[in-house]
Design a protein around this ligand. Structure first.
Ligand code: HEC
Length: 142
């Protein structure tokens, strides 16, 4: 570490690494995540634009599959800017709206895990890529 060359290299490497990290972090904002979901659908359905109104309708719909959990609102609440309550366990669920909870939709593995579980229970099947894109489009704007 005594060599000046080495020090110069570190001086260059550190800022580069730091900016690399911050780029990775900005790619995981909820808005960027919503955009990624939308682009995925657009690849299959050219011209697809996510529709927040469709996302809201999906959230509020009674799917008629489960008596306990008729819709997403059953646990996540009528107002996604407020905390929800799990219909079975009674546990509080943090708000789904990004404005009230900036941690939402920042981890794709988490998003997919819960879409899989909740869609199967509520809708009786996995949600489509378009339904997911609309859902995120609505909640990142709430
Ligand atoms: C039985 C209760 C329940 C119902 C009904 C429910 N959810 Fe959830 N959902 C949860 C819980 C619990 C979590 C995890 C805790 C948390 O993220 O606060 C969660 C988390 C999520 C997440 C992860 C969000 C993130 O932070 O990344 C998504 C996406 C999601 N739910 C979508 C849905 C959709 C779509 C529906 C309707 C089809 C739905 N949920 C209905 C209980 C429910």
């Amino acid at each position: 570490m005594k060599s000046p060359i080495f020090r110069k290299l570190l001086g260059w490497l550190f800022p580069a690494l730091l900016s690399g990290f911050s780029l990775a972090a900005t790619a995981e904002t909820p808005a960027a995540m919503a955009e990624r979901y939308a682009q995925r659908v657009a690849q299959e359905q050219p011209g697809f634009t996510p529709d927040p109104a469709r996302g809201e309708a999906f959230y509020r719909k009674n799917h008629g599959v489960s008596a306990d959990m008729p819709g997403c609102h059953a646990c996540h609440g009528a107002d996604p800017r407020q905390s929800g309550k799990h219909v079975v366990t009674g546990k509080t669920i943090a708000p789904m709206a990004v404005s009230a909870n900036p941690e939402r939709f920042t981890d794709e593995a988490k998003i997919e895990k819960w879409f899989r579980r909740n869609c199967k229970e509520v809708v009786g099947r996995e949600c489509t890529a378009a339904e997911k894109a609309d859902f995120l489009a609505w909640l990142v704007r709430q």
